[in-house]
Structures are given as C-alpha cells and as structure tokens.
Design a protein around this ligand. Structure first.
Ligand code: HEM
Length: 127
C-alpha cells in the first residue's frame, strides 16, 4: 500500500490544474471533438472537470457525484470520439515530465473507466 494518494503523489491541485487546462486545449483543438463544445461555457466546464479529476484521483471531493450518463445523454458521442478524448489526455500525460509512468497509466485508466457511462446506451457503436 502506498502512503499517499495518487492526487498527492502527482503534486495535488497545482498539477491537476495544469493537466486539465492542457487537456482541454487539446480537446478543443481536435476538429472532431470541438463541435461538441460549441456554445458550452468552457471555463465552467474546465473548473468542473478539475473537481472531477481531483475526486477520481483520490483527492478532495468538493461536489456531489457527477451523473455522467445524464450529462452526456443524447450528445451523439461515439466510441471514436471517446478514444480521441482519452488520447488527448494520454498526449498531455506523455508530455509531463514530473509524473511517473505508472501514475500516468493509473490516471488514464481511472478516467477511461467512465467511458461506458459517457457513451450510455447508444454508444456501443464504432462510428
Ligand atoms: C471518460 C470520458 C469523459 C469524462 C470523465 C467526462 C466528464 C465530464 C464532466 C465531469 C463534465 C462536467 C459536468 C458539469 O458541468 O457538471 C462534462 C461535461 C461535458 N462533456 Fe464530458 N466527459 C467525458 C467525455 C466526453 C466526450 C468524449 C465528449 C464529447 C466528444 C464530452 C463532452 C462534454 C460536454 C459538451 C460537456 C458540457 C455539457 C454542458 O455543460 O452542457 N465529454 N464531462
């Protein structure tokens, strides 16, 4: 057992802020993902995503649990979108020098775990 949480090990709020900011820059730069975020208050979304990451990495929990299935319901998100989204995260983690490879894999796994919720009932296609 490790004495610290994943959140503490990677550097806490400072690192999560930096990661999530860089992550969304990549997501919004992706031509297939960007349309989903048109008209969305991205600053608020990024702030919520920081809360989500903190909780997922065993850091402080400040919000009630997110209902990811309802949030992403009927957006038309496919497995391909999901893969691109997670790849943005992998790219960001790969360019981080201060995070151990095993922690980077753990972070990716913890976020990708929510894929089925995000895809919901309609997301089983490869489209
Ligand atoms: C495992 C993958 C994902 C996770 C964990 C995740 C998580 C979240 C979270 C925590 C929020 C904020 C909820 C809130 O504002 O209260 C959110 C919102 C949102 N997500 Fe995701 N998401 C994922 C994948 C995706 C993908 C692949 C897309 C689109 C291609 C997407 C599009 C959106 C949009 C457009 C919003 C804003 C909804 C709104 O404010 O109206 N998400 N997501």
């Amino acid at each position: 057992m490790s004495a610290t949480t994943l959140y503490e090990r990677i550097g806490g709020a400072t690192t999560v802020d930096r990661l999530v900011d860089a992550f969304y820059q990549k997501v919004l730069a992706d031509e297939k993902l960007r349309p989903f975020f048109e008209g969305v208050a991205v600053e608020r979304l990024v702030a919520m995503q920081k809360e989500f990451f903190a909780a997922a990495l065993d850091g402080p929990v400040q919000t009630s649990p997110f209902d990811l299935a309802s949030i992403h319901h009927n957006m038309g998100i496919t497995r391909d979108h999901l893969t691109r989204f997670v790849n943005c995260l992998v790219d960001v983690l790969n360019s981080e020098t201060g995070i151990a490879q095993s922690d980077a894999v753990d972070i990716t796994f913890r976020i990708a775990t929510y894929s089925d919720e995000v895809l919901g009932g309609a997301g089983g296609t490869d489209g």
